[in-house]
Design a binder for this molecule. Sequence first.
Ligand code: ASP
Length: 330
Amino acid sequence: MGNLKHILLLTTGGTIASVEGGQGLEPRQGVLDGYISQLARFYKITVQELMCLDSSNMQPAQWQEIARTVFQCRKDYDGIVISHGTDTMAYTASALTFMLPHIDLPVVFTGSQLPLPDVLSDGPDNLRTAFAMAASGYPGVYLAFDRKVMRGCRAVKVRASGFSAFESVNARYAAVVSNRGLTVDHSIVSHKQGVPALKDKISNNVFLLKLTPGLSTDIFDTLVDMGYRGIVVEAFGLGGVNVLGSGLEGVRRAIEQGVSVVITTQCLYDSSDLRVYQVGNKLLELGVLQGRDMTTEAALTKLMWCIGQGLTPEEIRCAFAESFAGEITV
Ligand code: ASP
C-alpha cells in the first residue's frame, strides 16, 4: 500500500458520471465512487468532486477553476485524472495546456460515451488508461480515451457516439495500451523543463469563424464592433479565402484595429500553409497569423489565452510562431 502512486481524481460531470434523469442523461455526484473503489488496489486515490456539469455547460470560468485546483494540489499527488464530458473536453484540455505552463506532473482528462453505471460502459477502460498515464510520471496535459493517450492540445472529438471518440490530430499518440501495458512514446511526452506556473487569465473575446462560399466580408466588421479582439478563421484547404472583389477588406480593417486574425483550415488533418496559393499570400500580406497544423480547439484557446494574458498583437504573432507545449509544429 505504501508504494502505491497517489492520484487525485477531479470529477466535473459528463456522460461518465451521468444517470437517466427526467429529461435524458444528466451528471450526478457520487457516480464514479463505486467504480473507483475497484482501482484502489492499484493506486491510492483521492476524489474531489469539483463540479457536476454536462460539458456543453463548461465555460472559461470552469477552465480556470480546474486549472487553479490542479495547480494548488499538484505537490500532494503523483498525478491527476480529470473526468469530464466528452463534448468539450478537447477545448478544456487545450485551455489547461496554456494555463499551466511547465506543469510538473501528469494531468489526464478522460470520460466515456456510455455512463459508468451501464454494464457495457467504456468508462472503466478509459479510467484505467487515464490512471495508468497519471501514474506514469510524465508531466503534461493529456487526454486518455479508448486505450490511447494523446496530448490535450492535439485532441479532437471526432465521433459523436463511437467509442473511439478522440483522435490525436497531426501528432502521434503519447501512449497506447498494448500487451506490454502502457507503452509511452518518449518523443511525444513532456519532460521536466521550466518552472510550473498558473497563468489562468483568459479572454472570451475570440470568435471562431467557419468560412463558407457566399459569406459576407462585413462579418469581420460586425465582430470587431461586437468587441472581439481575436478571430480564428477556419479557411478552405491550405488556408484559402475569397479574395475577389472586396473579399479581403473586412480582414484588413480588423487587423488595422488591432484584432489578431489566425487562419486555420477546415480540414481535420495536415497543416495549413498560406504561402502556397495566391489567395493565401494575399492574406499574409495583410498580417494574418498562421494556425499551421494546430487543431481548431488549440488555436482558439491559445488566442483566448494570449489575449487574456494581455499580450500585444506583435507578442501574439511571436506566440503563434512558437510551440508552448507541442500544440503546433514549427
Ligand atoms: N454531453 C456529454 C458531455 O459532454 C457527452 C459526454 O460526456 O460524452 O458532458
